[in-house]
Design a protein around this ligand. Sequence first.
Ligand code: AMP
Length: 310
Amino acid sequence: MTPTTPLEMLRTPRELQRWSERRRAAGLTVGLVPTMGALHAGHLSLIRRAVAECDRAVVSIFVNPAQFGPHEDLGRYPRRLESDVEMSAKVGVAAAFVPSAQAMYAVHASTTIHVGGRLTAVLEGAARPGHFDGVALVVAKLLIASRPDRVYFGQKDAQQCAVVARLLDDLDFGSRLVICPVVRDGDGLALSSRNAFLSGPQRSQALAIPRGLGAALRLFSQGERGSDQLAAAVTDELSRAVGLDVDYVAVVDPADFEPVAQAGVKTQIVVAAKMAETRLIDAVRLGVDVPPLVTSVGEGERTGTAGALE
Ligand code: AMP
């Protein structure tokens, strides 16, 4: 077995800045993958792509308090730093940025970043007030420190991708945004660090989400373009799930998250629902993603496979 090259551990924004400056001065390209840790195959798909496309990849692992509301799950969010670092090293990551909350946010820190407009006010923005301000702040800090050539985000957090795209553009960061397809577990559920909170029966009920999104994808491929009809296909499935509290099902334009009446290729369907205390989100791109293969828990292997036509 070849020993894994140890990665560099960076603990302050200044250390990240120095690390990245040196690489860029040597003519190397830098890829950044921001995460909150508890890494799974979804994160790894972003990380592997960064390693493949950039000379050096840096993964940030930081459970960002600024993006959690006062009644959200910051306290119980899973933390597995040691295995995260090990997994990252194994796939060729050059450095892990693992700051403490104090290293990221000084006591006197008072600068905020707000991406304005409807994009941050609707759906996730409405359900989680202040969430996107916290995301924008941490992403801006990471980009300023590392100045990456490319920064990687997952399509599962579709609205976050649109917010980050706006932030990059508005503030002329110059980093290229790479959006990676949703990676699903073998049963069809989109991988998420929060899935660990689901019991077996809760998880089987939650499969209504990928099932519903799959039904809409199939309807679209049969020619249906009406957003109401496509949304109804999702809602139908969700309404059959016991204990699933649906927050929204929306058919939106991927750039501004405006609702569309007639769907087209790349229109997205986004879903948020709560199973007990666990909030689950998912998204598909019409005409791009294949319907997720949904099986009951226990059937088949959970492999974590991506589901895109590309
Ligand atoms: P998080 O640690 O949840 O903040 O996620 C870090 C990054 O990984 C975000 O850009 C997420 O969108 C992405 N990500 C999380 N889960 C998945 C998944 N199942 N498929 C693809 N990307 C994901």
